[in-house]
Design a protein. Structure first.
Length: 497
């Protein structure tokens, strides 16, 4: 089955065809580092991770870029906030650095594949300013009192991603800057000066205390005066700096469709004249108590706390039990169910590993288990190729788990090849693709032992065919000394460990 993805831009499932048939350019809109990462972030991380892994399984090289937004009024709002014996940070960079450290610690704890690069806004000011200058030169932007705005009316198809018309759009950005705009829906590419006190106040919490009353945040020189980059232009500049003018997959949360991703398309394509992203994938949000889990609402569970309490595999099981673009709700019952499901899957894997190492496991025993392992691989691939449907992919693994358990409950002698095929399916699909960590020491030992025995038996058969019977008998004696029972049958040699 060919991979198909649900493209937000078209609203349809489309055959996935990257510009380069050997390599996928993947950009994920990362976090604004103003607080500890929470389970809502972790959910999308895990799905992006699995998408990355599946693309590699399909044979693509994946160039994965995930930005870090370290310039934002939410970060500035936490400057001087009291925390323990000190503060969260004494400057915007201090606060950002504190939460960047948490960000990467949490990513490692969740067993995510590394992106190629994690660009930061503070490292890309020259690229951002250059992009703004290009938009001014091409007539898509205008300067007003030291700020620069993008003219949304200059782009005929503005609103296509979010399915909106320009005339129906509400004003973008803070009210204080709207008088400088030609159109209320125009958005800031560059903002003059520091952060407005009203923006700081909006993001501060009454229950917290602050040493700094009105921090302004960092500013940078530009052709239009000192100021700060607009949020939307940052991602375009960082994406193009690392992946070029056109990427294959742009992914982010559903809440970013408008205005963030809509504005990314407008400014990027206006600057380059090329399509910005071929496929737009949007992850739905994680809810709790009928609300979106978010830092601003304070209704979140930090990643580090959840990993310590539940473990990585149950959390991945929870997240992957729903597809990336479906809604999901966090609750104690849902997590307990995920713990039980992970235990069920791991137990089936471990039983298969133990049975394959049992003396009752033989290479010439026929069973339907091999077919069930093959069927699981096929069903898993069909699910993942259907817009990365992890829910159905997990169903394929649980079908295999049920087949393994039923087989082992009833069998007197075991089909070694069938058990090994099942163990390898768990490892390849559940481990390499879904990121679970099975007990792999015994798995590796059993697989390696079986492969080595078969290699020795192949050598023994060649010796017999050449008439070197003493050498063939010596190899058989050596195997039996190691605990491998060899039986010569009409179909060839069989063995049990």
């Amino acid at each position: 089955m060919t991979l198909r993805v649900l493209n937000t831009l078209s609203g349809e499932r489309e055959v996935f065809e990257p510009a380069d048939p050997e390599e996928v350019l993947l950009y994920y809109c990362g976090l604004t580092v103003s607080d500890d990462p929470h389970l809502g972030h972790a959910r999308t991380w895990v799905h992006v991770d699995v998408i990355h892994r599946w693309l590699e399984q399909l044979g693509y090289g994946v160039r994965h870029v995930e930005n870090v937004t370290d310039v934002n009024e939410k970060i500035v709002a936490r400057v001087g906030e009291r925390a323990g014996d000190g503060t969260v940070g004494d400057s915007e960079r201090d606060v950002a650095r504190r939460f960047i450290d948490r960000l990467f610690s949490d990513m490692r704890s969740l067993r995510l594949k590394r992106a190629e690069v994690y660009p930061r806004v503070t490292e890309h000011l020259p690229e951002i300013i250059e992009l703004v200058e290009t938009l001014l030169e091409e007539g898509y932007a205008y300067e007003s009192d030291g700020s620069v705005y993008f003219d949304v009316t200059a782009v005929p198809d503005y609103g296509a991603l979010s399915n909106q018309r320009v005339e129906d759009l509400e004003a973008q950005g803070p009210e204080a800057g709207r008088a400088d705009k030609h159109n209320p829906a125009d958005f800031a590419l560059w903002k003059a000066g520091g952060v407005e006190p009203t923006a700081i106040e909006e993001h501060r919490h009454e229950a917290r205390t602050y040493d700094a009353d009105e921090p302004e945040g960092e500013t940078w020189p530009s052709p239009w005066g000192d100021g700060r980059p607009g949020w939307h232009v940052e991602c375009s500049a960082m994406s193009m700096a690392h992946l070029g003018a056109t990427i294959d997959v742009h992914m982010g949360g559903r809440d970013l469709v408008f205005p963030h991703h809509e504005n990314e398309i407008a400014q990027s394509e206006a600057a380059t004249g090329q399509q910005f992203a071929r496929y737009w994938l949007h992850a739905d949000l994680l809810g709790v108590d009928d609300e979106k889990m978010s830092s601003s609402r304070g209704n979140f569970i930090p990643v580090a706390e959840a990993v310590d309490h539940y473990g990585v595999d149950p959390l991945r099981m929870f997240f992957l039990s729903a597809s990336y673009n479906s809604t999901q709700t966090y609750s104690g019952d849902a997590i307990e169910e995920a713990i039980e499901r992970w235990d069920r899957l791991r137990t089936a894997h471990d039983r298969a590993v133990e049975a394959a190492a049992d003396p009752a496991a033989r290479s010439k025993v026929d069973s339907a288990l091999r077919d069930r392992a093959d069927a699981a691989r096929e069903a898993f691939a069909d699910a993942m190729n259907d817009d990365f449907n992890t829910r159905e992919a997990l169903s394929a693994l649980f079908d295999l788990a049920g087949a393994v358990n039923s087989y082992l409950d009833d069998a007197d002698t075991y089909d070694y090849r069938g058990l090994r095929a099942s163990v390898e399916a768990f490892a390849d699909l559940g481990g390499d693709v879904l990121g679970f960590e099975f007990t792999d020491e015994a798995d590796g030992d059993v697989t390696l032992a079986g492969e080595l025995v078969e290699l020795v038996l192949d050598v023994r058969e060649r010796e017999r065919e050449a008439g070197n019977y003493e050498r063939a008998d010596a190899l058989r004696d050596d195997l039996e000394a190691l605990g491998v029972e060899v039986q010569d049958t009409d179909e060839g040699p069989a063995y049990q460990l």
